[in-house]
Structures are given as C-alpha cells and as structure tokens.
Design a protein around this ligand. Structure first.
Ligand code: ARG
Length: 459
C-alpha cells in the first residue's frame, strides 16, 4: 500500500514502481533515516504536538528497528518505494496508530534532505581522515628523501633539479587543500532542513532548534523552500571529490611513469602491483592506472549533479532523487581509491640513484651556470645566451656542463674559472634553492615537520 493511497484508485504499475523506487540505493541511509525520525519524534513530544508517552514509544521502536537492521534480523523490503517509506511502514506495522503519528509536521522532502546531509557529514569526516593519512605518509617519505636529487620537469623535459622530498610535498600541498575543502563543505552543510515540511514549513509549533541540536547540526535551515530544494552540499562535495581525484590521478600518472624502465625512479611493492597473464617479465602499476581511470567517473558524478539541478525551479522535484547515486558513487570511489593508494605509496621502493643519474643528464644545471656568470657581474640575459652556446657545444661534443673542460668554458667567457664545477654541481644547485617554498633539503625537512605538526601527527 502506497503512502498516497487515499487519492488513488489503482496500485502503481509494477515496472513503474521499480523505476520510481530509490530503495536500492537509499537504503544505505537507514541509520540516518531512523536517527532523523527519532529526533523528529522527540521534538514532537517535547513540543506537545504528539503525546509524550507516544513519542517515547516511537523512539524505542525505531531503536529496535535499527538494531534489527544492524544485526540482520530485519531486512529491507526491496519493493518499498524508498527507505523513508520502509521505516515508517515497519514502525506502523509494529505500533499501529502511534507509528502513523511520526510523520506529523514532516514531509519526505525535508526528511530526505536531512538523511542525505547526516550521511554525507559522516562521509566528509571519513574522507578527511583518509586524506590526512595520505598526507602523513607523504611527509614521512619526504623526510626520508629530502636530499634525493631528481630532475624537475616542465613540458616533460628535464628542467631544473629538485628533490624527491620536495616533489612529494607538492602533492601534500594539494591534498591539504582537499582537506580544507572537505572541512568547509561539511561546515556549510551543517544546517538541519527538518521542519521545512514539503516546502512551506508547517503550522505546528515545532522547535526546529531542538531537532537540529538533537541531530548534531549547528542549527536549522533559514528558508523552508531552500531547505528542501538545496543540493549545493552534494554538488560541493562532488566537486571536492572530483578535485581530489584529479590530484590522485596526476600523482598516479607520475607513479606510472616513475616505475617504467625508462625512468625507474621507484618500484612498487609486489602487494600493490600486478603481473601479466602472458608476459612473464611484467609488473604493472594497475592500482595507479585504476585510480587515474576512476577519476573520470567522479568528474561524471559532479557533472550529473550540476546538470540535474540546473533547470529545477523551487521546490522539490523527483529529479532530485538522482542526487544520491551520483554523490554516493563519488564518495565510494574516492574512499576506495585512497584505501588502495595510501599503502601503495607507503610501501613503494624509492631508487634515489636512478633519480640522481637522470638529473645528471639534460643540463638541468644550465640556469645555475647562467647564475654563476651573473654572480661575476654579467647581466642575466647575456649570461643566459653564453650558457645556451655552452649547452650547444656540449651536445655537439657529447659532453655535459660537468665534463666540459675549463679551457672550453673560457673560450666562451673569460669570467669562467674552475669554481664553475662546484657552482653547477647538482647538490649545490639544490642546496642553494632555499628560498621559501624551494626544494633545498632543509626546506623540505622543515616543511614536512610543519605539516605533520599541523595535522597532529607529530609533537
Ligand atoms: N526517494 C525520494 C528522493 O530520494 C524521497 C523524497 C520523495 N518526495 C516526494 N515528494 N516524492 O528524493
């Protein structure tokens, strides 16, 4: 029997019922739905809208239903229209008239909004903790490899020397912004829509502050139409997730490159890589590739939500039932990806000798060579040009700036002396880059410590 049975003369067509139903994906909010109902019933009792004793009976039975669902003694009816209908139906089957009073001064429109918010607030916390774990892993690795010189790239061309620690901390910065976005999103979704009713509030004397505080919200929403029509919190969280997934995807791309034979900067642990069914020599970075691939679906989830909302006049429309699959998929995807990604990074073997070798090729100290001449009084543009000629000379003769004889240097400019070799050694180049935010080992160490401390992962 449908909730709206009074107005209708026929049962809903079976296939249409399946089409209309959201139970297959909203039953994951059973706990939140019951918590929301307990708070609502408590408030109705406290305000005298329903009898206090009846409110208590409702709350106790809802607790029992929740316990039975959790233990598996009660299972969710897959033909129910949605989780709200199921819980209310179950309550009414057990309590009769008292159960029927629960929905006083409430609509599924404010109910679903509160359920999704309660559920997503918890997911924000879970995601926050996972992203934080990743940052801690990155900082600890950065400390270990603070002086591992590697080539930094622009246009995928070796550009200037950095340290592996510095490179990892670049990702730590990105993930810290993800943390702050998650915290922000959670803060903005911290308003309780219950009491908005279907769209126009209610004539019952509700205490919305009480409901909000019972459910751990900072307060009630301020406008009943907005309370039931707002899905900004889904879009925002989906955007946060899509951005975090883009970060993971970029990182994955580097991991994939780094573990290729062409780079061999790292080796993934056996537990986090896979073999080939035909090529015995293969060790594939499947996890990183899957994470990169899955970033696409979270961008899709965000697009789904934005597109679903963009044409909707106020207030609730059934279109909005589509919010759940998209945002749940985004949440599940990021959680799953982090679960695999974090230990993969934690256990990867870093090969600093190979990074050092790659850094020795590609003239990544050319800028430092130019800076040497600037130190001798030349304008940077002239120094730049002379260094360019030196690089061309080296390429021609199969040498590097480190191996080019001093006589050759002097042919190009008389200011060169044997101290040039010290000035362009990769260690000098990296150690000298101690400007705030630079890759020098001492910077990396200080920055990693700062972040660990900020996250409470270190004294
Ligand atoms: N299953 C619905 C959803 O997820 C619940 C709200 C139904 N409200 C309504 N007026 N039909 O959006």
């Amino acid at each position: 029997m449908k909730l709206w049975a009074g107005r209708f003369h026929k049962e809903l067509d079976q296939k249409t019922n399946d089409f209309n139903s959201s139970i297959s994906f909203d039953s994951r909010m059973a706990k939140e739905d019951i918590e929301g109902s307990i708070a609502h019933a408590t408030m109705l009792g406290a305000c005298g809208v329903i009898d206090q004793a009846e409110a208590e009976k409702i709350c106790a039975e809802l607790q029992t239903i929740l316990a039975e669902l959790e233990s598996g003694a009660l299972s969710i009816d897959p033909t129910a229209e949605d989780i709200h209908t199921f819980v209310e139906g179950e309550l009414t089957a057990r309590l009769g008239a008292a159960g029927k009073r629960l929905h006083t001064a409430r609509s599924r429109n404010d109910q679903v909004a509160v359920d999704v918010k309660l559920y997503l607030k918890k997911q924000c916390d879970a995601l926050y903790d996972q992203v934080k774990d990743l940052i801690v892993v990155l900082c600890n690795k950065a400390l270990l490899y603070k002086d591992a010189v590697m080539p930094g790239y622009t246009h995928m061309q070796r550009a200037q020397p950095v340290t592996f620690g510095h490179h990892l901390l670049a990702y730590a910065e990105m993930f810290q912004r993800d943390l702050s976005r998650l915290a922000d999103t959670k803060k903005r979704m911290d308003e309780c829509p219950l009491g908005s009713g279907a769209l126009a509030g209610t004539t019952y004397p509700l205490d919305r502050d009480l409901t909000a505080s019972l459910l751990g919200f900072a307060g009630p929403t301020n406008n009943s139409l907005d309370g039931v029509s707002d899905r900004d919190f889904c879009m925002e969280l989906a955007a946060d997730i899509a951005i975090a997934m883009v970060h993971l995807s970029r990182f994955s791309e580097e991991i994939i490159l780094w573990c290729s034979w062409e780079f061999k900067f790292i080796e993934l642990d056996d537990a986090f890589s896979t073999g080939s069914s035909i090529m015995p020599q293969k060790k594939n970075p499947d996890i990183a590739e899957l994470v990169r691939g899955k970033s696409g679906r979270t961008i899709g989830d965000l697009t789904t939500l934005l597109t679903m909302m963009k044409g909707l006049p106020l207030a609730y429309k059934k279109d909005m039932q589509e919010d759940k699959e998209a945002i749940f998929d985004a949440v599940d995807t990021l959680r799953m990806c982090l679960t695999a990604f974090i230990p993969m990074i934690d256990t990867m073997k870093v090969l600093p000798q190979n990074m050092r070798k790659a850094a020795a090729k590609g003239f990544i100290n050319a800028t430092d060579c130019a800076d040497y001449l600037v130190g001798k009084g030349l304008p940077f543009r002239d120094a730049y040009k002379i260094t360019g000629e030196l690089v061309a000379e080296c390429i021609e003769s199969g040498l590097t700036l480190e191996t080019l004889p001093i006589e050759k240097y002097k042919e190009y400019n008389e200011n060169f002396d044997t101290d040039i070799y010290g000035a362009i050694s990769l260690e000098t180049c990296v150690n000298g880059r101690k400007v705030t935010g630079g890759p020098a080992p001492q910077n990396v160490a200080a920055q990693a410590e700062r972040v660990l401390k900020k996250l409470g992962a270190k004294e």
